[in-house]
Design a protein around this ligand. Structure first.
Ligand code: GTQ
Ligand code: FE2
Length: 348
């Protein structure tokens, strides 16, 4: 193409471009990248982080990074090498370390956050006056704009995964943040109110006592998730995911967060999943067991404590290579994709 463009054409094009720019306008030029690609061509990469690499780094930041007032956190961010920031192009996953006696001070932000507890006991999180313990395998939510702080009353370091929809919030130019005037907020007289209202997951108050579209429930304890998956194990599994359940908003059966969904799955020994690909991105945490995930032409051999990010439209399949059940916790941005009509999936 370019050799057929005469100097006069090129000069005319430059002149048109300059005239258009004066009035904040543009036309598509032949050297612009195409508007559409046949399929997603994500900049985000699929990544495997190994616990054996992360553990010493977590120990180091525990010793070397101080936790001050004003709401900062001590975290190791799971950084995607294909992106300027973030674990995927929509969300950030970070591993937070909190030491005995420390307080991660109170603040609120427009980003939605969740915690999945990896290791330790004795930490408590307070969200808008409600206070809950954080135990291994629990999922704890911090929906957008609610005040939250964490305190560690135990005697060993605590480690959990934070996931926040920060990149989405930034892309939509919706960043808001407030520090709380004190280190910690007051705890309400009934500190587990929404758990008492909605925690059974089977029944709910007949008259709504929450804002439409939001999820009033803040905690999903691991023992309940385990019970649900064990019960489901009496049925044939999913060809891609074996025994899998999504954490739900108990008021409408939808995902627990408006932008991000969470799932827990159990791959039984010998399970070899079918490959599948979809738009949207996700992050896995290996809670227990060992196995292999193939992503495109890569192969991730994972163990307890490992993390995996899967890029949009990448074929991926899981198998359990151990002799015990493998438990994977997952966060994905599919609620965002589905809400906007961008979700697409193929199972092969
Ligand atoms: O614990 O409130 O990883 O505000 C990043 C931002 C955790 C938190 C993060 C946060 C938090
Ligand atoms: Fe926060």
């Amino acid at each position: 193409m370019s050799e057929s463009i005469t100097p006069e054409d090129a000069a005319a094009r430059r002149a048109l471009k300059a005239d258009l720019e004066r009035f904040n306008c543009k036309v598509h030029q032949s050297d612009d990248p195409p508007l559409f690609t046949r399929q997603p061509q994500p900049d985000m990469k699929s990544v495997h982080w190994r616990w054996r690499d992360l553990e010493p780094l977590l120990e180091r930041i525990g010793q070397e990074v101080a936790l001050g007032a004003g709401g900062p956190r001590r975290t190791l961010r799971l950084h995607n090498p294909g992106l300027p920031y973030g674990t995927t192009h929509t969300f950030w996953g970070s591993i937070q370390v909190i030491l005995p006696g420390e307080v991660a001070t109170a603040h609120r932000h427009s980003a939605n956050a969740l915690r999945f507890i990896i290791k330790g006991k004795g930490a408590w999180t307070t969200v808008e006056g409600e206070c809950y313990p954080m135990n291994e395998g629990d999922l704890v939510l911090t929906p957008a704009w609610l005040w939250h702080d964490h305190v560690h009353k135990g005697d060993q370091p605590m480690i959990w995964l934070d996931v926040l929809d920060i990149s989405l919030m930034r892309m939509l130019r919706a960043t808001f943040f407030d520090p709380y005037p004190q280190d910690m907020q007051a705890v309400s007289e009934i500190p587990d109110r929404t758990w008492r209202l909605y925690g059974s997951g089977l029944m709910r108050p007949p008259r709504a006592v929450h804002e439409e579209g939001t999820n009033p429930l803040l905690v999903y304890p691991f023992d309940r998730a385990q019970e649900a998956l064990d019960s489901l194990s009496g049925l044939p599994g999913d060809p891609c995911d074996d025994v899998v359940l999504e954490y739900q908003n108990p008021t409408n059966g939808g995902p627990a967060m408006r932008t991000l969904a969470q799932q827990m799955q159990k791959l039984r020994p010998g399970f070899q999943g079918q490959p599948r690909r979809h738009s949207g991105s996700k992050l896995y945490v290996v809670m227990r067991g060992k196995g292999t995930t193939t992503v495109g032409d890569e192969r991730y051999d994972w163990e307890e404590g490992d993390f995996m990010a899967i890029a949009p439209w990448a074929w991926h399949a899981h198998s359990n290579t151990g002799s015990q059940d493998a438990w994977l916790f997952q966060v994905n941005d599919l609620p965002t994709m589905k809400a906007l009509g961008y979700f697409k999936e193929e199972r092969g």
